[in-house]
Design a protein around this ligand. Structure first.
Ligand code: SF4
Ligand code: SF4
Ligand code: SF4
Length: 237
């Protein structure tokens, strides 16, 4: 559900993993530089061997790139993947601890790029910071580009009724009360409903959701009952 590959992403991944660029052509962070000069056959053979080893280890599933929830200004996946140098300055500066590095399970191209970590914090778009979103401000390559924080959309919250305590008649409305943007309301059946026109994916609801707390775990639940998906992820639901 959270996996998606694009032709560009796959092609880029294949290029990166077959070693078609030598060290002299790579930019900071090991990313391919602008010139992209072809390698010697020996280095190319090593690259092919590495790719075969990766596939032999079951690594093929990691080659496609997943669409992830990104910090404000990082919603252009292609731009982010090509410009991010994995310095983690955005993660370090975030006052809400809402950013974590993506892992290889998120796709090779995404590894160590920033993704939202709503299990440990949520994004208030640095509304009280005089210069706006700190993550955008400190990014040295503009992988996170200036965004109008007031109109930035990180993603959209999606409620899973099977795992929601309110849907079990337990009267929960923690997420509704946590939403700073009035994008959640209680429906006629007492279960929260997401107003997608008002939701900006801040993650306050996911951060606050108590569905995974001790004693309230739904059978088969692997995540919270309300989760923020990027727009691309949601399109695949
Ligand atoms: S805008 Fe602020 S709170 Fe949101 S992810 Fe960036 S640094 Fe964190
Ligand atoms: S992500 Fe959750 S808390 Fe944030 S605006 Fe959307 S519904 Fe409200
Ligand atoms: S906080 Fe979680 S369990 Fe409670 S109503 Fe919201 S989604 Fe359901």
């Amino acid at each position: 559900m959270r996996t998606m590959s694009t032709t560009n992403a796959t092609n880029t991944a294949n290029t990166a993993n077959t070693g078609l660029l030598d060290e002299g052509t790579k930019g900071r962070g090991g990313k391919p530089g602008r010139r992209g000069v072809p390698l010697s056959r020996r280095s190319f053979a090593f690259g092919v061997a590495g790719t075969c080893a990766l596939i032999g280890l079951g690594g093929l599933k990691y080659l496609p790139s997943k669409p992830l929830c990104r910090p404000p200004g990082g919603q252009d996946e292609n731009h982010l993947a090509s410009a991010c140098i994995h310095c983690e300055k955005c993660r370090e500066i975030c006052p809400k601890t809402a950013i974590a590095p993506a892992h290889i399970e998120d796709g090779i191209l995404n590894a160590r790029t920033p993704k939202m970590a709503f299990w440990q914090g949520w994004c208030d778009f640095c509304e009280n910071e005089p210069r706006g979103p700190r993550c955008i401000e400190v990014c040295p390559t503009q992988a996170l580009r200036s965004a109008d924080a007031a109109s930035a959309i990180i993603g959209i919250a999606v409620l899973n009724r099977d795992w929601c305590l309110a849907a079990k008649g337990m009267g929960c409305r923690v997420c509704v009360d946590a939403c700073p943007y009035e994008a959640l309301f209680v429906g006629d059946d007492r279960v929260p409903v997401v107003d997608e026109s008002a939701c900006n994916g801040c993650g306050a609801c996911e951060f606050a959701c108590v569905s995974m707390s001790a004693g309230s775990l739904s059978v088969g639940a692997t995540d919270k009952a309300i989760v923020v998906f990027s727009q691309k992820e949601k399109d695949l639901l």
